[in-house]
Design a protein around this ligand. Structure first.
Ligand SMILES: [Zn+2]
Length: 72
């Protein structure tokens, strides 16, 4: 499950320009910060990140159970 989620992209907002950068969960696990295209170094808030993961995790679980129903 965790490995599958590594390929899921989530949107990271820049606090300076508001631009959203998409990074995969696998990338975020290996990086504590990223540089926005505006040049701002954005630190990845671990708590916010966990909330985002939780959202993805739930929707992914919903998706899987929907698939299982579909395959019956
Ligand atoms: Zn920015």
């Amino acid at each position: 499950m965790a490995d599958v989620l590594d390929g899921v992209e989530i949107e990271l907002p820049c606090e300076n320009c508001g631009r959203v950068t998409k990074k995969t969960i696998g990338w975020i696990k290996r990086n504590a910060q990223y540089t926005c295209t505006c040049g701002t170094l954005v630190r990845l808030d671990a708590d916010q990140f966990r909330r985002e993961i939780g959202k993805v995790d739930r929707s992914f679980a919903d998706f899987q159970s929907a698939l299982k129903k579909f395959n019956k």
